[in-house]
Design a protein around this ligand. Structure first.
Ligand SMILES: Nc1nc2c(c(=O)[nH]1)N[C@H]1C(S)=C(S)[C@@H](COP(=O)(O)OP(=O)(O)OC[C@H]3O[C@@H](n4cnc5c(=O)[nH]c(N)nc54)[C@H](O)[C@@H]3O)O[C@H]1N2
Ligand SMILES: Nc1nc2c(c(=O)[nH]1)N[C@H]1C(S)=C(S)[C@@H](COP(=O)(O)OP(=O)(O)OC[C@H]3O[C@@H](n4cnc5c(=O)[nH]c(N)nc54)[C@H](O)[C@@H]3O)O[C@H]1N2
Ligand SMILES: [Mo]
Length: 758
């Protein structure tokens, strides 16, 4: 290590994966589980008869055991299957005020919850409470609300289809569509943007399409950390010689080189496979400019081809048969100047033309994308410009081509499919009402930002969290924490203690639930749940481990318990549904025709794929066509990127959203700390700062992240990155995509200044 490197900072020389990943798996098992007999059961992960990995939503059709090989899957699983416990004794020792001072890492690392808890304001401690008492208190508080819209029903994307379906039934039978959920902070721009373009808010590809793609574009996502099993797929693409083009402000090792731990030869000769064939360091917030630039280059090259007697480069037959709106799009692209495109994207015209050339020289193209596209003020339009680009050459609905949004939580897509949405359609509500003999409310409800605003303004008084940690995940902790503290009721259904549990209300109850890995036995025997991955594949998941405590209940059974207490007059046989989840699946099938024959089709290994119209060139839009949509200009952050520096919040290699597993970010060369900010070396020098300086990041009055260490990193000029959730204090609650409500976590204008002496 060179002597002037800051502590814990040293460039990482190796490929992604490799022995580093295997060592990390071993460490995760040792630190969380010791030498318990449970560890062998972990090898059931993603086995035909085992449980679905809670780590990410990347598909795994071969169902080969990836526990030993997927480092971050192993971290997710060992974190849940930990031998550590927070039991009544723990809560007797530590007051809530004391726990509030603990870090997010320490709170969750303390272990699994073992018993229902109620906050006792007189002593400032959580105290154990029986399940029936807990349900009765929640039911009474819900009944005391003067309107059903006073309640917010939050969900995080780990909940199974069965739990999510019962949860939306509970809320709608109660009388509200207030469903803030993690998706609102994640791929909402996809869920809102793509239906207008192509009639469905999901990805259009299957894993098999990657075997046939002539080129793959990876835009604004970091698979080495967040979707590690995808590296195996990209490796195959690269080995076939198909180009992989990356657009990302940071150089991410997981997009550059991969050593596959499942490949003995690669491992023993220390070889690795290069991934990206071209890596474009775009400016944060420059993607709309990149897409429009690629379309401009394509349209220009198309005109040249036609002018010289060629057939042109657009798929004209596809466009004529399947789309509308090309003229308006072409006019807008013609109006968008190269100088504007270059300035916003931070990339040269030549670089963008080179991407366009790969694009049109390839018959079949897949574009993958993540939070780098969606978490902007115009995230929705960003996604739509990407769809335009794909439609120009008919790259949707043919083998080897399509759009591939990298979903977040392992079942976030499934939760949406089975009704967790604040903007339900009439057709769905009508079927739900018929299936259960209820009358669902028609008024649309709150998304995540709106829910916190309603709590802040006193319009919402009760909150139930089906998993997740909304208070820590949302922007603007000052505003968000204050909003939670005003509640009458805060109920958290979770596996571990987190910050949202500690924001106590008049009545605060924590209900500990089974995790994905654990055996779930109900009145009629052991149960399986189902989940839907990023590619619309639905399959079963069965936990095998002994539950962390005999008192834990499953999410469906907890939801049923709340429902029975809160809604005594609603005539749903909750007990029968929970006794055998087949009955919940029968009801899902009744409400959602796409799940026809659900129980039979989900039994075989691998499950089945839900219909995605666009994959078959069936466009579920009002006029049955795919739409080219115009986004004027290139400013995807509305004036914000006129600021010299723009900050994106990102995930380290040792975290799962607000869950911090450890303090290393191996591929970015950071060890034992998270108080770092990645900056371009020229930008640092321009500010008179050096690599290793202590700095404050300032986003506006009262919005300061202080005492960070500046790291000179391979990041585009004008771009700065820091870790989420620490940097959430820089982002205002009102700063979000107006169309989808997605907070613009990836585009905060900031300035850097030397930190005040400690
Ligand atoms: N181990 C692990 N796995 C996870 C998660 C986790 O926290 N840990 N989280 C899960 C969830 S909920 C989600 S949503 C996904 C998140 O998966 P990703 O989308 O990969 O997550 P991020 O780390 O937020 O950011 C992704 C990338 O966007 C780039 N970026 C930032 N701004 C821009 C921009 O303006 N343009 C472009 N082109 N790129 C930009 C960053 O450099 C970074 O490489 O992963 C899921 N899987
Ligand atoms: N600045 C910034 N903020 C962001 C983002 C960003 O990129 N930058 N990303 C956003 C994104 S993409 C997302 S998805 C959100 C994530 O927001 P959330 O989904 O709300 O947060 P998580 O950190 O995933 O939730 C962790 C908690 O879930 C509970 N849990 C874990 N497993 C289970 C289970 O099986 N059942 C139940 N009931 N509970 C369980 C545990 O108690 C744990 O504390 O954050 C968003 N916030
Ligand atoms: Mo997410």
């Amino acid at each position: 290590m060179s002597s002037d490197e800051p502590e814990g900072v040293r460039p990482y020389p190796g490929p992604a994966g490799g022995w580093g990943a295997l060592r990390a798996v071993a460490r995760a098992v040792r630190e969380q589980m010791g030498f318990s007999t449970q560890t062998r059961a972990l090898l059931q992960m993603n086995q035909p008869d085992g449980f679905d990995c809670p780590g990410c939503a990347w598909p795994d059709p071969k169902h080969t055991s990836s526990f030993e090989f997927c480092e971050n899957g192993a971290k997710a699983v060992t974190w849940e299957a930990t031998a550590k416990r927070v039991d009544p004794d723990f809560f007797a020792r530590h007051s809530v005020s004391e726990l509030w001072g603990w870090s997010d890492y320490a709170l969750e690392d303390a272990g699994r919850l073992t018993t229902p808890l109620r906050y006792d304001a007189a002593t400032d401690h959580f105290v154990p409470i029986g399940w029936d008492d807990a349900f009765a208190r929640i039911g009474a508080a819900m009944q005391a609300m003067d309107h059903p819209d006073r309640m917010e029903f939050y969900a995080s994307g780990r909940a199974s289809n069965e739990a999510a379906f019962l949860y939306q039934l509970l809320a709608r039978a109660y009388g509200t569509n207030n469903f803030p959920d993690c998706s609102n902070m994640c791929h909402e721009a996809t869920s809102v943007g793509l239906p207008q373009s192509i009639g469905v808010g999901k990805g259009t590809v299957t894993l098999e399409d990657f075997e046939h793609a002539d080129a793959v574009f990876c835009i604004g996502h970091n698979p080495g950390t967040n979707h590690p099993r995808m590296l195996g797929t990209l490796r195959e693409v690269s080995r076939r010689g198909a180009p992989i083009i990356v657009v990302n402000p940071l150089r991410e090792r997981g997009l550059e080189r991969f050593q596959d731990p499942q490949e003995p030869v690669e491992m023993t000769i220390l070889g690795s496979t290069p991934l990206a064939s071209a890596y474009h360091l775009v400016r944060i917030g420059g993607d709309a400019a990149v897409f429009k630039g690629m379309m401009k280059a394509l349209l220009e090259a198309d005109a040249v081809s036609l002018g010289t007697g060629g057939d042109g480069l657009l798929d004209r037959a596809f466009i004529a048969e399947h789309t509308t709106g090309l003229e308006a799009l072409a006019a807008d692209i013609a109006n968008t100047g190269w100088d504007d495109i270059e300035r916003r994207s931070g990339l040269s015209r030549a670089a963008i033309e080179s991407m366009a050339t790969v694009y049109w020289q390839s018959e079949r193209v897949i574009v993958c994308y993540g939070m780098g596209l969606t978490q902007h003020r115009h995230g929705t339009e960003n996604v739509q410009q990407l769809a335009n680009l794909m439609l120009l050459r008919g790259n949707i609905g043919k083998p080897g081509a399509g759009i591939c949004p990298l979903r977040g939580h392992s079942n976030v897509q499934g939760d949406r499919t089975v009704g967790i949405t604040e903007i339900p359609t009439e057709a769905f509500l009508a079927r739900l009402d018929k299936a259960f003999g209820i009358t669902s409310p028609r008024k649309h409800g709150h998304n995540a930002v709106e829910a916190v605003e309603a709590m802040r303004d006193g319009d919402a008084k009760g909150f139930i969290g089906l998993g997740g940690n909304l208070a820590a995940a949302m922007s603007d902790p000052d505003a968000t924490f204050a909003a939670f503290r005003k509640l009458d009721l805060n109920v958290q259904i979770c596996t571990k203690l987190n910050r949202t549990c500690l924001l106590v209300a008049k009545e605060s109850i924590v209900l500990p639930c089974l995790g994905r890995t654990e055996l779930d036995v109900q009145a009629e025997g052991p149960q399986a749940v189902t989940v839907e991955d990023s590619m619309s594949m639905v399959h079963a998941s069965r936990g095998r481990l002994k539950p962390a405590s005999p008192e834990l209940r499953s999410e469906p059974s907890i939801i049923a318990g709340i429902a029975k207490a809160a809604l005594p007059s609603v005539r749903v046989d909750w007990d029968a549904l929970v006794a055998n989840y087949d009955r919940i699946r029968d009801k899902i099938e009744e409400v959602f025709p796409d799940f026809h024959d659900f129980n039979r089709r989900v039994r075989p290994k691998g499950g089945f794929r839900l219909r995605v119209g666009a994959s078959n060139r069936e466009w579920d839009t009002p006029d049955g066509k795919a739409h080219f949509l115009v986004f004027s200009g290139t400013d995807e952050d509305e004036g914000k990127d006129d600021s010299p520096l723009t900050l994106a919040t990102i995930r380290s290699h040792d975290q799962y959203n607000t869950t911090i597993y450890g303090l290393n970010d191996r591929y970015r060369g950071v060890t034992g700390r998270r108080d770092v900010v990645f900056v371009n070396a020229e930008d640092l020098a321009g500010l008179g700062l050096k690599h290793g300086d202590r700095i404050d990041v300032v986003a506006g009055p009262g919005r300061v992240l202080s005492g960070q260490t500046a790291i000179a990193h391979t990041i585009s000029k004008g771009s700065v990155a820091a870790y989420y959730p620490e940097a959430n204090c820089l982002i205002a609650l009102g700063d979000h995509d107006k169309r989808s409500g997605t907070p613009s976590y990836k585009s905060t204008p900031v300035t850097l200044r030397p930190a005040a002496p400690a």
